[in-house]
Ligand binder design. Structure first.
Ligand SMILES: [Zn+2]
Length: 256
């Protein structure tokens, strides 16, 4: 039974991974991410159902477009596999025995998936376009608010309601300033600030400060190792947060 669930989760993760590729490309261009069919960016040929199956289509077509033979970037394939693995690891680390009998744990898992979606999109868009997308962060905060409301309803974590209310308030404040100053081109630090307030909403403030520190160290190490390309802050901070949440839960799981 467990193996079956793991396989299903892995497949679900790969579909999310495939969606990220499309969303990172389309969101900054203001294109529809749900209705419009995918197409090859080189030959513009619309992709068929067989071309859209994650992992499999890459392997089957040997990493090339079926219609024009142009190479498909391997990072798409890696992102699909990684997302599959992340879904399985998250499920195991939240120690969910039976999804149907444990709605609380299911809610935690869904909240994790929503955080993962938000941060991967932020990371991907920042890497490609050097900007942190406020709408994606807004979506993330709405998901997190619903999750917090659920926790309040089942009378858990009541002590942290005030703390989270404060974080959400600071997010909204930075969001408003962000929207007002959007016409100003040099607002990248403000975008990083908005991302930081989002991270505050999903993990506690000590961990959030640690993420900033780790991101800073990562950027320094990257600068020494590679002279090719500078990594943007939002990209590094988002990935650090995902790794932190997975590792933190993994440690909790193994300690029990
Ligand atoms: Zn093509």
């Amino acid at each position: 039974m467990n193996v079956f669930i793991y396989i299903m989760l892995f497949i679900m993760g790969t579909f999310f991974g495939s969606f990220f590729t499309l969303a990172v490309y389309r969101i900054p261009l203001g294109k529809d991410i749900t209705h419009e069919r995918s197409f090859c960016p080189t030959c513009n040929h619309k992709l068929g159902a067989w071309d859209l199956i994650p992992v499999w289509s890459y392997l089957f077509l040997k990493g090339k477009c079926r219609y024009c033979g142009e190479k498909v970037r391997i990072r798409y394939f890696i992102l699909e596999i990684l997302s599959g693995i992340v879904f399985v690891i998250a499920y195991v680390s939240y120690n969910i025995q039976n999804v149907l009998l444990e709605p609380n744990k299911l809610a935690i898992f869904i909240a994790f998936v929503m955080m993962y979606v938000t941060l991967i999109l932020v990371a991907g868009i920042d890497k490609e376009y050097r900007k942190i997308n406020a709408s994606v962060l807004g979506f993330g905060v709405i998901c997190q608010s619903i999750y917090m409301l659920y926790l309040c309803m089942i009378e858990k974590e009541n002590d942290s309601i005030y703390r989270y209310t404060m974080y959400f308030a600071s997010f909204i404040l930075v969001f408003i300033v962000f929207k007002v100053r959007q016409k100003n081109k040099s607002n990248y630090p403000l975008q990083v600030g908005l991302l930081f307030t989002y991270i505050l909403c999903v993990i506690d403030w000590k961990a959030s400060l640690m993420i900033v520190l780790f991101s800073f160290l990562d950027l320094i190490i990257w600068k020494c190792v590679s002279k090719k390309q500078k990594l943007p802050w939002g990209f590094v901070m988002s990935l650090c947060t995902i790794v932190y949440v997975i590792v933190e839960n993994g440690i909790k799981f193994w300690m029990i």
